[in-house]
Ligand binder design. Structure first.
Ligand SMILES: Cc1ncc(COP(=O)(O)O)c(C=O)c1O
Length: 434
């Protein structure tokens, strides 16, 4: 094989030969992404794509943001990684900033390198502090790939093969309004689905911790009615639970506020972050109320946790989101995008939902009250959107939800082109289906 850029078929050959087969990829005919600038991506064959998934909610400021690139360059020439046993400046400055941003009073920070590690550490601190081993999580959550976090994950797509889940983990239903078990809609909802959570809690008095994604991403952007979180907060008080909100996807403005929990006035004791915070460099962290973590008297570390390059990149990232006033931009564009997608009339669109720039479009077979997933159509739209230069995301327990989760710096005109392309592709499908 030459040193010239990989063609898609060479890349697929290498993947089949050398990558673990459990590592999936989108598309029958995937492109080899080679470069990124702002909201644009380029493959090895010179094709341009509008990034509408941000590497699964990582690239909030798009690709190659100059301030982040500069911070990474400067820091990598100076010092890269010393681990937690030495004091280094970027991580300490970052801990102070995160503590000031975080809505939890007197936040302390534990740094690590990924979302899984952050959630694993969060339940470690929570269960240690409340003295109860049991953990409650929701059916559409995804919390990571370690044994405990995969056991906390509700989605069968990810954990279906887990033969020996961690016995501390219990599950209750997510608010799946499209298939509401009691036939309510958002305006008539009194969050009856939370009764099932109470049943799980009553049957398992060893549960002291609840972990949830406020807006489950991989679970299909399940936007809950306000009533759901009001009930959750009441249940937390009634059963004296420690609340962990997993903001790995939703943190730092994705839903229009710094953290999605702020949109519902939830009061987490612990917030976990990863993905976007590192500005493209691996980083995770637990933001935890000091009285919880102060009780943990044993040593705990993470080799790359206080990585100087990641921390410098994160500091530049936080400065940029402030300078660009990004939360307001997200609120404005998010509402417009949702309205524009909701205005499309197609019998195949069962639901459009989400907050900020995290919007899902659920595709179902038409004229069927059970809302069976339109998988073939979902595959078709994803592939055709890619062929037209738009990289959308995908999720949902049934894998039939298209996801708009673009870099937060995207402009309205760019979003409009993606919705127009989606409409055309949907029309071509409807014509074929007739
Ligand atoms: C909400 C959520 N939590 C945790 C994780 C795990 O993060 P990581 O892949 O960095 O371990 C993910 C990954 O997609 C996620 O979406």
């Amino acid at each position: 094989m030459s040193n010239s850029p990989l063609t898609p078929s060479e890349a697929l050959d290498l993947k089949r030969q050398f990558l673990a087969p459990c590592v999936g990829h989108f598309y029958d005919q995937p492109a080899v992404i080679d470069q990124g600038k702002g909201v644009w991506l380029y493959d090895t064959e010179g094709n341009q794509y509008l990034d509408l998934f941000s590497g699964v909610s990582v690239n909030h400021l798009g690709h190659a943001n100059p301030a982040i690139v500069k911070a990474i360059q400067l820091q990598s020439e100076k010092l890269s990684n010393m681990t937690t046993i030495y004091l280094t400046e970027p991580a300490l400055r970052l801990a102070k900033e995160l503590s000031e941003i975080c809505p939890i009073p007197e936040t302390k920070v534990f740094f690590c390198s990924s979302g899984s590690e952050a959630n694993e550490s969060a339940v470690f601190f929570a269960t240690n502090a409340n003295g109860k081993p049991g953990i409650l999580s929701l059916s559409h959550g995804l919390h990571g790939s370690t044994h405990a976090t995969l056991s906390m994950t509700g989605l069968n797509f990810w954990k279906g093969y887990l033969k020996h889940p961690d016995s501390r983990c219990h599950h209750g239903p997510s608010p799946e309004c499209l298939r509401c078990p009691v036939g309510k809609n958002k305006s008539s909802c009194s969050a009856e689905c939370t009764e099932k959570l109470e049943e799980v809690l009553s049957a398992n008095p060893d549960i002291g911790t609840i972990i949830l994604e406020v807006l489950p991403g991989n679970g299909g952007i399940l936007e809950a009615p306000t009533a759901f979180f009001e009930k959750i907060q009441q249940i937390i008080s009634k059963y004296h639970l420690t609340l962990i909100t997993d903001e790995v996807q939703t943190g730092f403005g994705r839903t229009g506020t710094c953290f999605a929990s702020e949109r519902y006035d939830l009061k987490p004791d612990i917030i976990t972050i990863a993905k976007s915070i590192g500005g493209g460099i691996p980083m995770g962290a637990v933001l935890v109320r000091s009285d919880i973590v102060d009780q943990f008297k044993f040593p705990r570390a993470s080799t790359f946790g206080t990585n100087c390059i990641a921390a410098s990149s994160a500091l530049a990232f936080l400065k940029e989101i402030k300078r660009l006033n990004i939360f307001e931009h997200v609120q404005l564009l998010g509402d417009l995008l949702k309205q524009k997608l909701q205005s499309i009339h197609s019998p195949w669109i069962a639901d459009v939902r989400g907050l900020g720039l995290m919007i899902g479009v659920e595709l179902c077979e038409p004229e069927n009250s059970e809302s069976p997933p339109a998988i073939e159509l979902t595959n078709y739209v994803l592939e055709e959107m890619k062929n037209k230069g738009f990289l959308l995301g995908r999720g949902g327990a049934l894998r039939n939800v298209l996801i708009w989760q673009p870099p937060l710096i995207i402009e309205w005109e760019e979003l409009v082109t993606s919705v127009e392309a989606f409409k055309d592709i949907l029309s071509s499908w409807e014509t074929k289906a007739r």
